[in-house]
Design a binder for this molecule. Structure first.
Ligand code: MLC
Ligand code: AMP
Length: 502
């Protein structure tokens, strides 16, 4: 991956690579800033040799120079979200057994404190003086490149380790399928600690020699840029499309017709990370004339399925396997499902990750004879895949983020007023699912949503905090004593409008 990125950047040093709040940055600037980060990281060593390096930067030049600099020096990037409380940074850096932390000036105080607490070296990704790292280590394609944390059926998020060649396979598959070129400009509004923002948007843009324009998500500003005529690509999660529609529907007529004119320059709009409701796809098409392209993927496997760039995009479906990706649907015994019968999606190929960091047993059990078991359930008809849901009730998708019910339960179990609790995802128009806490309070206490969220805010990322609260005298349990979550969800889903909501 790195070799191709550097080669592309060197060929077009003057071409704009990134746009952020500070302005436009050429590929030449990106190269020299990355080399400076590499020099700071290497100091007296020749090769970081796979050391895990945290990256804590606002999306923009500093982030990308940090990422490339860590790669040039032979390290593995562990991106952290600037929006997260420091408890989340700690847990990621500790699990990754990180050796250093690269941060921009906006996060210097927070990162310095975290680095001190964990006894890590802290390196600035920012500005001058430009440094020359001298000869850089040889980065073989099979060396690990990135560790992304993903929540799952364990209480602690797992570090998904992916090599340079795997990232390159993930990116090439999308560059080919969606015909990326150096003429593209993508508007990037997604977080940079998950695969959607890191690989599909940033990785593909720079691999193709295109331009990536960063902007924090804000409905009015995003519409203005999409309607400017400068942008050719946009990728987001369903919650973002729904929010943009809400803004559109209350905008002035004149504003809408101005935007519509500029929208012709956008050649592709992609939705992923969670199921795109058909109603959103249709409303989007009606308002903008664009049919959203829905695709399916996962941190461990990159993207696996996609509706076509050219040809019919089937609403409610995620299309067919992407180039270079083998996909099958199997029943519980591992036998291929006949057409139309639901089964688990399994994926094989060069786009699949290497390992969960420090968890060989979890890595082994994630595969079935070389096929990665996604835990997602789908049916195939005429070669086209439709996602039906997930096998585990402990995994919740909210706003496009995957969160683990078990992780949230473990944190809130420490709350003094809570005797027992279960966390479930309830269907929700805006978020896809809402993190819902079903709580049994200690006798004589009252548990209230807002203070509960306040209590959780320093411990967990904002999107993991329950935004719905249900108080119960007891929780339904099965014969094994485990909370019966399917029953809980069935009993709550029709009444979720009556629970305490944010
Ligand atoms: C945030 N809030 C939520 C929430 N997320 N409330 C309920 N449910 C949620 N999921 C609350 C916050 O606590 C806060 O409340 C308020 O909303 C604003 O918070 P914010 O962080 O500013 O949120 P906002 O900007 O509104 O975020 C919405 C969003 C964001 C849609 C822009 O969720 C987002 O960027 N999602 C994309 C995630 C993503 O990239 N996923 C890809 C994973 S990779 P308060 O009380 O503080 O005001 C993957 C593989 C694949 O899935 O296939 O791509
Ligand atoms: P993550 O583990 O954060 O990478 O999220 C991956 C999960 O997102 C998948 O396992 C799916 O459950 C879900 N997902 C991604 N794309 C889609 C989609 N188009 N439709 C439904 N679910 C999706």
């Amino acid at each position: 991956m790195l070799k191709h990125l550097i080669h592309t950047a060197e060929r077009q040093r003057q071409h704009p690579a990134l746009i952020d709040a500070a302005g436009i940055h050429s590929y030449g600037t990106l190269l020299s800033r990355s080399r400076t980060v590499a020099a700071r990281l290497l100091q007296n060593t020749e090769d970081l040799d796979g050391a895990r390096i945290g990256l804590l930067c606002t999306p923009g030049l500093d982030y990308v120079a940090g990422q490339w600099g860590i790669w040039m020096a032979g390290g593995v990037v562990v991106p952290l979200s600037p929006q997260h409380p420091s408890a989340e940074w700690h847990s990621a850096l500790e699990s990754a057994e990180a050796g250093a932390l690269v941060a921009d000036s906006a996060h210097a105080p927070g990162s310095a404190e975290t680095a001190r607490e964990l006894d890590l070296r802290c390196v600035a990704s920012g500005e001058a003086p430009a440094l020359d790292p001298g000869p850089l280590p040889e980065i073989r394609a099979n060396r690990p490149a990135i560790m992304l944390f993903t929540s799952g059926t364990t209480s602690r998020p797992k570090g998904v380790v992916t090599s340079h060649e795997t990232i390159e396979a993930q990116v090439r598959s999308l560059v080919e399928a969606w015909e990326w070129s150096a003429r593209d400009r993508i508007l990037h509004v997604l977080p940079l600690h998950h695969i959607h923002g890191v690989i599909n948007v940033l990785g593909c843009a720079l691999y193709a020699g295109a331009c990536c324009e960063f902007m924090p998500f804000d409905e009015a500003r995003v519409w203005r840029r999409l309607g400017s005529g400068d942008v050719s690509l946009f990728m987001a999660v369903p919650t973002i499309y729904r929010r943009l529609l809400r803004w559109w529907d209350v905008a002035e007529d004149a504003e809408r017709s101005d935007l519509r004119a500029g929208l012709h320059a956008v050649r592709l709009m992609v939705s992923g990370s969670a199921a795109l409701p058909v109603s959103v796809l249709e409303a989007w098409r009606e308002r903008t004339g664009h049919t959203l392209l829905e695709r399916y993927g996962m941190t461990e496997i990159g993207m696996a399925l996609s509706n076509p760039l050219h040809g019919e995009r089937v609403p409610g479906s995620v299309g067919t396997p992407l180039p270079g990706v083998d996909v099958r649907v199997v029943d519980e015994r591992g036998a291929a499902c006949p057409e139309g019968a639901p089964g688990e999606i399994q994926v094989r190929g060069a786009t699949v990750f290497q390992e969960y960091w420090g968890a060989p047993e979890a890595t082994r059990s994630a595969f079935d004879n070389g096929w990665f078991r996604t835990g997602d359930v789908a049916v195939v008809r005429d070669g086209v895949y439709r996602i039906l849901g997930r096998a585990s009730v402990d995994i919740i998708k909210t706003g496009g983020y995957k969160v683990s019910a078990l992780e949230i339960e473990e944190v809130f179990r420490e709350h003094a007023d809570i005797v027992d609790l279960a966390v479930v995802g309830l269907p929700d128009e805006e978020w896809g699912e809402r993190v819902t806490a079903v709580v049994v309070p200690r006798d004589g206490t009252e548990v209230v949503l807002e203070p509960l969220r306040e209590w959780g805010r320093t411990r967990l990322a904002a999107y993991k905090l329950p935004s719905l609260l249900v108080v119960r005298a007891e929780l339904p349990r099965n014969a094994m004593g485990k909370v019966n979550k399917p029953e809980l969800i069935r009993s709550l889903a029709p009444h979720s409008d009556r629970a305490t909501k944010l």
